[in-house]
Design a protein around this ligand. Structure first.
Ligand code: KG4
Ligand code: ZN
Length: 352
């Protein structure tokens, strides 16, 4: 089966072709991403209206490139998969409308895919079947969620952020340090030159249950807004002490390294605690922040000391892409799932 995946949930217009049987192994035939970062950088973050307009401009060309790179015409495609949510509604609607129109015109089956299920699936696409059960952390600009994956294609939510996503914290800290957007890659780079114990930043411990989800055990939840505020307070104090708006390079590097140490430690502690709680045989980390060099290094070290195999996707499958959506869609189509013409974008679609 060959599936064309389409992803437009935020600020990347993406299309990809994935081929294989329902349960894998899968082969990636093409993976095209048109990034809008240059457009949104000017505003310091994603501007939803600009994002949806750019998706409209890019979607046809991106799909044509994905087919051409795969060496296929429409007749070589057996089905379509599109991100249904969560995401920005105007952005999602471009992909969903395009996919519905293409499926109708070509008489192809279509499925709606949960964006986070796609991030989880990026690990299976890159590495083949993971040992089960697995625990997977999806950590990006919009999400920080921990899943118990008892079997491929099934995810149960174990924990999530109560406020900012980890990638969002990176982006906000970079903004207040005047480092530009997106913040993750630049903080990652600057942190390499800093001392990670230079600034004493708090590690958030959540002691109360989530008031919005009382039925769920919330001991694996995350919170990053306190850390972001602590960085802000530190920056203001240092600016006042030195009488400057821009802190010296060495201080910025130290602050980036210290911030990154706390974020990575928080993410990995919670993930490995969850792995122990469910007797996981593998740990995976996916999503844009999984590109982080320290997260990758510390994950490998923890995996080795706990004797657990650990998995991250290659960078091209870590940040938003349509290959992961095609892979998740392939599994769903093989299970017999079908969307009809009522398929709609759902900005706050739930998973697990
Ligand atoms: O998965 P993604 O491409 O889009 C969302 O679904 O949000 O993730 C983007 C996020 C941004 O917040 C960006 O700052 C972060 O991933 N990111 C990183 C790194 N590369 C991207 N964060 C930390 N270190 C990195 N190397
Ligand atoms: Zn994402």
């Amino acid at each position: 089966m060959r599936i064309l995946g389409i992803e437009t949930s935020c600020d990347e217009t993406a299309a990809a072709v994935v081929e294989g049987p329902g349960e894998g192994p899968w082969r990636l035939r093409s993976n095209i991403v048109a990034s809008q970062v240059a457009i949104h950088r000017e505003w310091g973050g994603v501007v939803p209206e600009l994002a949806s307009r750019q998706h409209v401009r890019d979607i046809c060309g991106v799909v044509e490139r994905a087919l051409a790179d795969a060496g296929l015409g429409w007749e070589g495609i057996d089905g379509l998969a599109v991100t249904q949510g969560p995401g920005l509604v105007g952005s999602l609607l471009v992909g969903v409308s395009f996919a519905k129109a293409a499926a109708w015109a070509r008489g192809l089956p279509l499925v709606g895919v949960h964006h986070i299920a796609g991030h989880v699936e990026s690990l299976w696409l890159a590495h083949g079947p993971l040992p089960e059960p697995a625990v997977v952390l999806v950590v990006s600009g919009g999400h920080t969620s921990l899943y118990h994956v008892p079997a491929a294609g099934r995810s149960h939510l174990m924990g999530r952020t109560r406020d900012d996503a980890a990638g969002e914290a990176y982006d906000k800290v970079a903004k207040l340090l005047g480092l530009g957007y997106p913040g993750g890659p630049v903080i990652d780079r600057l942190a390499a030159a800093g001392r990670d114990d230079a600034v004493d930043l708090p590690v958030t411990r959540l002691t109360h249950p989530d008031r919005n989800a009382r039925e769920r055990d919330s001991s694996f939840d995350f919170s990053f807004s306190g850390l972001k505020t602590a960085v802000l307070r530190h920056v203001r104090l240092r600016q006042a002490a030195l009488g400057v708006a821009q802190l010296p390079e060495a201080e910025v590097a130290d602050l980036c390294a210290s911030f990154q140490r706390v974020v990575v430690r928080t993410l990995l502690s919670r993930t490995f605690d969850a792995a122990r709680a469910v007797g996981a045989k593998a740990v995976g980390v996916a999503g844009g922040v999984s590109a982080n060099s320290r997260l990758r290094a510390d994950l490998a070290a923890r995996g080795q000391s706990r004797r657990l195999p650990v998995f991250v996707p290659p960078i091209a499958l870590a940040t938003d892409n349509a290959a992961m959506i095609a892979a998740a869609g392939l599994r769903q189509l093989a299970r017999g799932e079908r969307a009809d013409d009522r398929l709609n974008a759902v900005p706050s679609l739930a998973l697990g």
